[in-house]
Design a protein around this ligand. Structure first.
Ligand code: URA
Length: 188
């Protein structure tokens, strides 16, 4: 791993910038090739992720692996990160936690320089859209729609997608989400 990425991981593992550190067993920094062309951004670790210190290894992760295959992607070739790096009970996140944690994600993006960033769910979309001053939009209107991002530091395509957990919470959404990932194959 690039030294800077390793240093960043160490900072995350020792981070006490918000109260979530008290409830974590393992920080979940993120994983994948440091030169990945595609980065995925989810919300934050659940129970299984906290136990293992790895992103998307629970039920949503199993589904994500399948969805990635629909898009013609292997999990090993993408970098998987989250907005929040410590166990998030019930996936409830506050503005302050996002403000404390996202400088780590910003640095990950800067170091990995992905060409495509897949935003999983509303929290990731809201954070990245606000950061890059893209207009507010609803997931139902923008899922699978690519947005071009061009800044001094990063040129990338942003693609909002429903969070895989949405298909688990709402089985009625599952086939639409599966279709979205099949469509993604033609967009990538
Ligand atoms: N959900 C997320 O958003 N991230 C994970 O790492 C696991 C579940």
């Amino acid at each position: 791993m690039k030294n800077e990425l390793l240093e960043l991981q160490e900072q995350v593992e020792n981070c006490k910038k918000c109260e979530l550190w008290k409830g974590r067993k393992n920080a979940v920094f993120g994983e994948g090739p440091e030169d990945a062309k595609i980065m995925l951004i989810g919300l934050g670790p659940g129970y299984n992720e906290d136990q293992q210190g790895r992103p998307f290894v629970g039920a949503a992760g199993k589904l994500l692996n399948k969805l990635l295959s629909y898009a013609g992607l292997k999990r090993e070739e993408v970098y998987i990160a989250n907005i929040i790096k410590s166990y998030l009970p019930e996936n409830k996140v506050t503005k302050d936690q996002i403000a404390a944690c996202t400088p780590y994600l910003e640095k990950q993006i800067e170091l990995i320089k992905p060409k495509t960033i897949i935003l999983l769910g509303n929290v990731a979309v809201k954070f990245i859209f606000e950061k890059f001053k893209l207009p507010k939009a609803l997931m139902r209107d923008i899922h699978t729609k690519p947005f071009s991002l061009s800044t001094l530091f990063l040129k990338a395509k942003l693609i909002p997608m429903y969070h895989p957990a949405a298909a688990l919470r709402n089985p009625g959404l599952r086939s639409a989400i599966e279709e979205d990932w099949k469509k993604l194959k033609t967009i990538l």
